[in-house]
Design a protein. Structure first.
Length: 255
């Protein structure tokens, strides 16, 4: 039986492994050069001239062995997670081609701002650019309607996994001024966070980032080129009266 199963009814655009969209994962493993990179990353011996099917079978066999090995970082991890995470590790060695682009790596955080602003605009939110120092947010969008309909979304945009924990801490004091908070990352940055967690614990945990965000009520937006899509929904809250008054005054002074 093959080691990697995605599920017949899995939504290819909503389902992610190591934060890689399933549709992109399936397309990647249909490329023989990607299979070669996977085999090298997993240290699988593949015969010269082997067919793509034989290469994939060898890769799946190695994934099975790693998942069954108690001392392995992949012990009991879902096979699809192992496959996607191995693809991520291999992608860091690639300088060009489909593997290098697979996880939508960005050169810096600045290039991630326009798609987030477009996402806010498409959600009917106005960009509020007079942010208090140290707020932890890179962009805040709001919808000014009746008090009961006020929406304020704070978004922190990060392109470095080592900055995620500090960003989340800096967002906490400002939660009361928002209806919801979001962290916006590329798949590469999200995958790098999981990799760092696995290095620290010795075990791969595909839910490590989700478990960090959910107690704080922070949602996750994944940025892939110009596209932004929710991966984890945020907790929504009512804004208290004092905060509401301060926000409305600030918004009113701006408009």
């Amino acid at each position: 039986m093959p080691a990697v199963k995605f599920g017949f009814f899995a939504d290819p655009d909503r389902t992610r492994y190591c934060y890689l969209r399933l549709r992109r994962l399936k397309k990647a493993i249909a490329d023989t050069t990607v299979l070669d990179a996977l085999a090298a990353q997993l240290e699988v011996a593949v015969e010269s001239g082997a067919s793509p099917r034989d290469k994939m079978a060898a890769i799946e066999g190695q994934i099975d062995r790693l998942r069954a090995t108690a001392s392995s970082v992949w012990h009991q991890a879902p096979a699809a997670e192992v496959l996607a995470a191995t693809l991520f590790a291999a992608s860091k060695r690639a300088v060009a081609g489909p593997l290098a682009e697979l996880f939508s790596r960005a050169p810096n955080a600045a290039v991630l701002v326009p798609p987030v602003e477009t996402w806010l605009d498409s959600a009917g939110l106005t960009l509020f650019d007079r942010l208090p120092p140290g707020s932890g947010f890179d962009r805040v969008g709001y919808h000014k309607a009746a008090f009961s309909g006020l929406r304020v979304i704070g978004i922190s945009i990060k392109n470095d996994a080592s900055h995620i924990d500090d960003a989340l801490e800096s967002m906490k004091p400002f939660a009361r001024y928002t209806q919801s908070m979001q962290l916006a990352l590329t798949p590469a940055t999200a995958a790098e966070y999981l990799t760092a967690c696995a290095t620290a614990t010795g075990r791969w945990d595909g839910e490590a980032l989700a478990r960090r965000l959910q107690p704080l009520g922070v949602g996750l937006l994944i940025i892939e080129g110009d596209a932004v899509s929710p991966a984890i929904l945020p907790k929504t809250r009512a804004i208290d009266g004092e905060s509401l008054t301060a926000l409305m005054a600030a918004f009113g002074a701006r408009t």
